[in-house]
Design a protein around this ligand. Structure first.
Ligand SMILES: NC(=O)c1ccc[n+]([C@@H]2O[C@H](COP(=O)([O-])OP(=O)(O)OC[C@H]3O[C@@H](n4cnc5c(N)ncnc54)[C@H](OP(=O)(O)O)[C@@H]3O)[C@@H](O)[C@H]2O)c1
Length: 299
């Protein structure tokens, strides 16, 4: 037969099984047909023999010839055979059904184990990030920003004031530390900030910059800065919004003016943040506006 013995590499196991089962069914039906033909022939021979030789051993009390009884018995056997072929072994048979159920169960088990792996992976990532946040209590994650009274921090990807002492303050605070920033803030600067570990957050996977580490999330950025006792988040608006949820300190230069812009510092919730120091400076030729250095610690 076509698939007996060898398996054809172009046909998968399931197809071979189907063909084998079909072949089995054909055999079963052929055997039934032979049975039927032999029975017809046999009954004819019996009846003729009975008529020709007229053997008088008819079974009482019904007075029917013996050939009649044999024919009926044979016919009943044929009915049983038909029942077996079309009812008991219908379709592919019980064995085939069992195998299909087994396959289905295996498939389901495979799916369940895949889902389990996914769930475990997610739980592990969540646990790691929680652990990471707890561990970073040792590190003082600090946001440093300059914002107007109406929380504006920038316009057209540029800073909107010149405050000499604020630049010095920024330099002194962040020197030797990691500075974490969004891709847009980085691109608003002429180059990476010297004497600091520059970490840029972007969703781009092919973003590469000389003298800076590129990551794809704030968490990754903080992981890169894990050895720094005070990593700084230096902007801009999008990154401040993410970082304010996990930061421990805000070094805010409040610029005492209302100004127009397109990028904002998030509202500071005074239920969560405590002002611990404030130092006011006045406007002069090196400073466009009055401003205050304010430190907030997470309560
Ligand atoms: N006054 C201040 O203290 C101060 C400080 C810094 C900046 N600024 C000002 O702020 C402005 C820039 O701020 P901005 O809000 O427009 O941009 P930004 O926060 O500097 O950077 C935004 C970019 O960060 C990446 N990013 C944001 N969320 C992310 C996430 N969850 N996962 C991965 N990547 C993410 C995206 O980069 P991709 O698009 O590459 O994916 C996004 O376009 C400028 O005007 C700048 O001058 C002001």
């Amino acid at each position: 037969m076509l698939f007996k013995g060898k398996s054809n590499p172009n046909i998968d196991e399931e197809q071979i099984k189907l063909v084998e089962n079909a072949q089995k069914r054909v055999k079963q039906k052929k055997r039934l047909f032979y049975h039927f033909s032999i029975m017809l022939f046999g009954i004819a021979v019996l009846l003729i023999t009975n008529i020709l030789f007229g053997i008088k051993n008819d079974i009482k009390p019904f007075n029917y010839p013996w050939s009649y009884w044999i024919s009926i018995f044979w016919f009943l056997i044929l009915v049983a055979h038909i029942y077996n072929v079309y009812i008991t072994s219908r379709f592919m048979g019980k064995e085939w059904e069992k195998e299909e159920v087994k396959k289905l169960v295996l498939k389901q088990e495979l799916e369940i184990s895949k889902i389990k792996i996914e769930v475990e992976k997610e739980a592990r990532i969540k646990a790691e990030s929680q652990l990471f946040n707890q561990n970073n209590r040792k590190n003082l994650i600090t946001i440093i920003a300059a914002a107007s009274e109406n929380n504006v921090i920038g316009k057209n990807n540029k800073l909107i004031w010149y405050l000499s002492d604020d630049l010095k303050h920024f330099k002194n605070q962040t020197k030797g530390h990691s500075v974490i920033m969004g891709r847009k803030t980085f691109e608003s600067m002429p180059k990476a900030l010297p004497n600091r570990t520059n970490i840029i957050i972007t969703r781009k996977t092919d973003y590469m910059v000389k003298d800076a580490i590129v990551v794809n999330s704030l968490n990754q950025a903080l992981e890169k800065a894990a050895d720094d006792n005070q990593p700084f988040i230096i902007g801009g608006g999008e990154i401040y919004k993410l970082a304010i949820k996990i930061a421990d300190r805000i070094e805010l230069t409040r610029v005492h003016t209302g100004i127009e812009g397109d990028t904002y510092f998030p509202e500071i919730d005074h239920n969560l943040w405590e002002e611990v120091s404030r130092e006011k400076r006045l406007k002069d030729e090196k400073h466009d506006y009055d401003f205050s250095f304010i430190r907030y610690n997470k309560k």
